[in-house]
Design a protein around this ligand. Structure first.
Ligand code: HEM
Length: 468
């Protein structure tokens, strides 16, 4: 009997082994083998390629791409990540297969910050995303409104951009952004997600989300208590009558604007979109533009001459004046190419797709390395854009500081008018130099790792007023 049992056991294990071998050889392996995945650098157990990201991922990923090619498959923990590093590859993803690449990665922390992804940035491509985009583009950022808003204080109003409540909200946004870049290992290796609780990561994120929510609720309540403004994009006569983004959104919520609808979480998520995506990016362009002007005195001089000639002794700058400043536009474009504020654009693949002969599976996270794609990363030269038709509106894939395809940044007009206006004013009204007789080449050019790519240390410069 015992012998029979042993024979049964042997037969059973042999059958199991044969079945496993058959599955691996004939079913699973051929399926994988038939797939043509993009090249991958070697990875470590558990963390995958996370250790290769370094302190400035846009730079480390460019170095890796120079070795492994414009489409690379990395692993952040167990999460597969496709890295796109050439204009041709970006065109394939953002234009040819636009819809297949139109989602953002579904990271837990993003879900928490954006009310279960109810924001334009995070919501999967589809009907709700289209509704939010229509509200943002047609109600908040239309050309008429861009001109009628006081561009800097347009979200809540002057009072809130300077008072405690506004500051508290901005601090919570900054903290949330920091947490988004310092994602814990638990986000990439699901079976290690318990470490998020242990390390206090979950607690910190809950605290930040609560802070943002509380300050948003207070801001909304104040706007409701003070009566909503309904200037409908007309130029308001004074600050007290000006209609801000929040008024527009609350009017849509109250059904005062035909053809649009939004719920309260949607309003709050959209406000976070505007602050998260719109304020720091714009500031970063301005700071890098001033840095490059101080490093390149000839460029500064040429810009000053253009601005002052067009203004011809006039103090205030109008939108029409800005339109004529072609060298100013070239300086800003070159700054966006050389220091793209969003160095890495995150996307997620919606369904299996073939790109440049490679098989890319649904659910794979995609990173488009905007900085690596903008060629000639060693030279700042605005003249390359002077009288050139290359633009950032998503048609020229070698220059995509605002992204491309349907997910292209909806704030381009708003951002560009702000940057042009502020930069033109800075060079028109002041002469600039570095402190203590320092030279351009002494400026510290270090970048810091963030969701965006800002200067590591603030730029210090001395302004002397110009008299007309
Ligand atoms: C110089 C300033 C700015 C830069 C460089 C910038 C860059 C970008 C980039 C690269 C994307 C991703 C696009 C893609 O996936 O293809 C994006 C998305 C976005 N930006 Fe901007 N942005 C700027 C200013 C603004 C402003 C001022 C606003 C709003 C007032 C804004 C709102 C958004 C939103 C809502 C999205 C998400 C769009 C979506 O996912 O459908 N951005 N931006």
């Amino acid at each position: 009997m015992d012998e029979l049992m042993i024979q049964y056991a042997l037969l059973f294990s042999s059958l199991t082994l044969f079945f496993a071998w058959f599955l691996t050889k004939k079913v699973i392996v051929p399926n994988i083998a038939r797939k043509n995945f993009p090249p991958s650098p070697p990875k470590l157990p558990i963390i995958g390629n996370l250790h290769q990201l370094g302190s400035l991922p846009h730079r480390s990923l460019r170095l890796l791409a120079q070795k492994h090619g414009p489409l690379m498959l990395l692993h952040f923990g167990s999460t597969p990540v496709l890295v796109v590093s050439s204009a041709d590859a970006a065109r394939e993803c953002m234009k040819t297969h636009e819809l297949d690449f139109a989602d953002r990665p579904r990271v837990d922390i993003v879900k928490q910050i954006f009310y279960n992804m109810k924001s334009l940035i995070s919501f999967p491509y589809g009907e709700y995303w289209r509704q939010l985009k229509t509200i943002l583009v047609h109600q908040l950022l239309s050309y008429k409104r861009v001109q009628s808003f006081n561009v800097i204080r347009s979200a809540f109003g002057r009072k809130h951009s300077e008072n405690e409540l506004g500051k508290k909200f901005l601090m919570a946004i900054a903290e949330g952004q920091k947490m988004l870049i310092n994602l814990s290992i638990g986000e990439f290796v699901p079976w290690l997600s318990w470490t998020n609780r242990l390390s206090g990561f979950n607690y910190r994120i809950e605290k930040v989300v609560k802070q943002m929510d509380e300050s948003l609720n207070e801001l909304i309540q104040e706007h409701l208590d003070n009566g909503l403004k309904t200037s409908r994009g007309e130029e308001a006569k004074d600050e007290t009558n000006r209609e801000y983004f929040l008024d527009v959104l609350l009017n849509i919520y109250n059904d005062n604007i035909a053809g649009a609808s939004i719920d309260m979480d949607g309003i709050k998520a959209l406000i976070k979109d505007i602050f998260g995506a719109g304020t720091e990016t714009t500031m970063i362009v301005l700071e890098w533009a001033m840095t490059e002007l101080l490093r390149h005195p000839k460029v500064m001089k040429k810009l000053k001459i253009e601005v002052r000639e067009i203004l011809n002794g006039k103090l205030d700058i109008t939108f029409d004046d800005l339109e004529k400043m072609n060298y100013l536009k070239a300086v800003i474009k070159e700054t966006l190419r050389y220091h793209p504020p969003v160095g890495l654009i995150p996307r997620e693949v919606r369904q299996d797709v073939k790109i440049m002969g490679y098989d890319i599976g649904a659910g794979i996270v995609v990173i488009i390395n905007v900085w690596a794609i903008g060629d000639d990363p060693e030279r700042f030269e605005p003249d390359r854009f002077f009288n050139s038709s290359v633009d950032f509106k998503g048609l020229h894939y070698q220059f995509i500081p605002f992204g491309g395809g349907r997910k292209i940044c909806p704030g381009i007009g708003f951002a560009m008018e702000t940057v042009k206006l502020v930069l033109a004013n800075l060079v028109h009204k002041f002469d600039w130099e570095l402190p203590d007789g320092a030279k351009g080449e002494d400026i510290d050019m270090s970048e810091v790792r963030a969701l965006t790519v800002p200067r590591k240390n603030p730029l210090l410069a001395v302004a002397a007023p110009c008299y007309f």
